[in-house]
Design a protein around this ligand. Structure first.
Ligand SMILES: Nc1nc2c(ncn2[C@@H]2O[C@H](COP(=O)(O)OP(=O)(O)OP(=O)(O)O)[C@@H](O)[C@H]2O)c(=O)[nH]1
Length: 402
């Protein structure tokens, strides 16, 4: 479309200029527009984008200098970058010239911004607004200032192109600059939108990451809560079933023995009835703390329910298991509480099941519920035999039990 319009105008403004020159001009104009369309709007620095755009214009046109004045929030137009013929855009990305600023309506740049129309000064040396202020020797011959807008018609700034010769710019240049400014406006708009999008994506990504982390933390919290006994702080039955698989796996693979202790506080109902439920809770908490001190980190200790605790001594044979069980029984018996001027002590009964390598015993079970049942049977025996004692599940009990 751009090319077609230009050709149309070319016909309309035909003044006898050499056709070959016009075709060269047309190709140059299209090249300027085309190279502008190749600038990536993903560049972080807006000034660098504008500088590249100015270089595209300069390298495809016979313009000598161009610069860009950006409108800031205070309504001031300040030149952020500029390129002269022969300069490479990437050679000096930082605009080294002293910053010039214009208010809306001030000078030819301010006029372009205020009117929203292209401004052309064909001979600066005879124009008061230039001769009064500027250094005449460095003054351009002619200047074109074109306002540049966003897609929503908001002013971005003013494109300023100049040449040392007066009367240099033709209708052809002006039409090209109009098209070029429109595309430059689109490019800057796209870059700004892209940057906004990047910031939004970064903000949302950070928010999402925070939510994922929070969810993970909550999940960990609830998993640990679901595996923990709220009264004593020990792990609970659910954790036990989770962890016992490991003891089984090690037993099956390496023939590591392990011992399962089922422990129950004796006559605990009496403690509750005599001293109250709160005191009963205190006893449970103290017993849990004492048990925790008596087991190794690798052992599995849980409150199995009520006044029942279970320990798995991993990689522990039957003799050691019995010794540890007796030590636990003894330690718990030595605990003391003071309540209502009375000293209270408790005892526990323990049922022990030893899981030894299969070759040694014929009655081994590979099912945790069966093993618990065996330890429970031994516990029942300890209770039946007078409490405050450790009983080991014997193979001879199998016949009775199964
Ligand atoms: N304070 C308190 N008591 C509990 C808790 N869980 C269970 N109990 C009590 O523990 C008592 C267990 O009583 P029983 O099952 O009759 O057993 P026991 O009195 O210990 O008798 P033996 O086991 O035969 O020696 C019941 O009174 C339960 O209410 C708890 O979390 N806190």
């Amino acid at each position: 479309m751009v090319g077609a319009n230009m050709l149309l105008n070319l016909d309309k403004n035909w003044d006898g200029t050499n056709v070959q020159d016009l075709i060269v001009d047309l190709v140059n104009a299209l090249s300027a527009v085309r190279s502008l369309s190749e600038i990536s709007c993903e560049m972080a620095d807006e000034k660098a984008v504008i500088r590249l755009a100015l270089s595209c214009l300069l390298s495809n046109q016979d313009i000598e200098k161009c610069s860009f004045f950006i409108l800031d929030d205070s309504g001031l137009l300040s030149n952020v970058t500029g390129v002269s013929v022969g300069e490479r855009a990437e050679s000096d990305p930082v605009f080294s010239q002293p910053t010039m600023s214009f208010r809306m309506g001030e000078g030819i740049i301010g006029a372009a911004a205020a009117t929203g129309e292209m401004q052309y000064c064909s001979n600066c040396r005879e124009d008061d607004q230039f001769t009064l202020n500027a250094d005449v020797n460095n003054m351009p011959g002619s200047i074109v200032c074109t306002p540049v807008f966003t897609l929503h018609k908001e002013l971005i700034g003013v494109l300023n192109v100049s040449h040392s010769e007066p009367e240099f710019f033709s209708i052809w240049h002006k039409r090209l600059l109009q098209v070029f400014s429109n595309i430059l406006g689109q490019l800057i708009t796209n870059r700004r939108l892209f940057q906004q999008m990047e910031i939004q994506i970064a903000t949302r990504t950070a928010e999402l990451e925070r939510l994922v982390e929070e969810t993970r933390r909550l999940k960990d919290y609830y998993v640990s809560m679901s595996m923990q006994d709220q009264l004593t702080g020990l792990h609970n039955r659910r954790y036990f079933y989770d962890q016992v698989e490991l003891a089984f796996a090690q037993h099956n693979r390496y023939e590591y023995p392990f011992c399962l202790l089922m422990m129950d506080i004796d006559h605990f109902k009496h403690i509750n009835d005599e001293y109250g439920h709160a005191f009963g809770d205190e006893v449970l908490i103290t017993v849990a703390g004492a048990l925790q001190k008596l087991v190794r980190n690798t052992d599995i200790l849980v409150r199995f329910g009520g006044e029942e605790f279970v320990i798995i001594f991993v990689n522990t044979g039957c003799d050691n298991g019995k010794t540890f069980a007796e030590r636990i029984r003894d330690n718990i018996k030595n605990l003391r509480w003071q309540v209502g001027g009375k000293q209270v002590q408790i005892t526990i009964s323990i049922g022990l099941y030893c899981m030894v390598p299969e070759s040694k015993l014929a009655h081994q079970y590979a099912d945790i519920d069966q093993i618990i049942h065996c330890a429970d049977t031994a516990l029942y025996k300890a209770k039946a035999n007078g409490r405050d004692r450790v009983e080991v599940f014997e193979a001879t009990q199998l016949a009775d039990e199964f």
